[in-house]
Design a protein around this ligand. Structure first.
Ligand SMILES: [Ca+2]
Ligand SMILES: [Ca+2]
Length: 79
């Protein structure tokens, strides 16, 4: 029973994320994800909204574990 609930939650979360990705990230996503409003998105902030680490890896081009203004500009305007 517990497994079933977990599976359902995973499925629903997955669907919600797919919908978000179909729309693509935009500058509004940045505002939502940047919880402390410092203009950068840490991995921790990102993971509260998405578990798509493939997308993260693509955006965090210098692999320092956070997205700076430049990486956000590039990553959030292209899919
Ligand atoms: Ca931040
Ligand atoms: Ca980075």
């Amino acid at each position: 029973m517990k497994t079933l609930i977990k599976l359902t939650v995973t499925l629903v979360t997955g669907l919600a994320l797919s919908a978000a990705f179909a729309q693509g990230f935009n500058m509004k996503s940045v505002e939502v994800m940047d919880a402390n409003k410092d203009g950068m998105i840490t991995k921790e902030e990102y993971m509260k909204h998405s578990n798509d680490m493939a997308a993260w890896d693509k955006m965090d081009t210098n692999k320092d574990g956070m997205l700076d203004a430049n990486e956000i500009k590039v990553g959030f305007n292209q899919k």
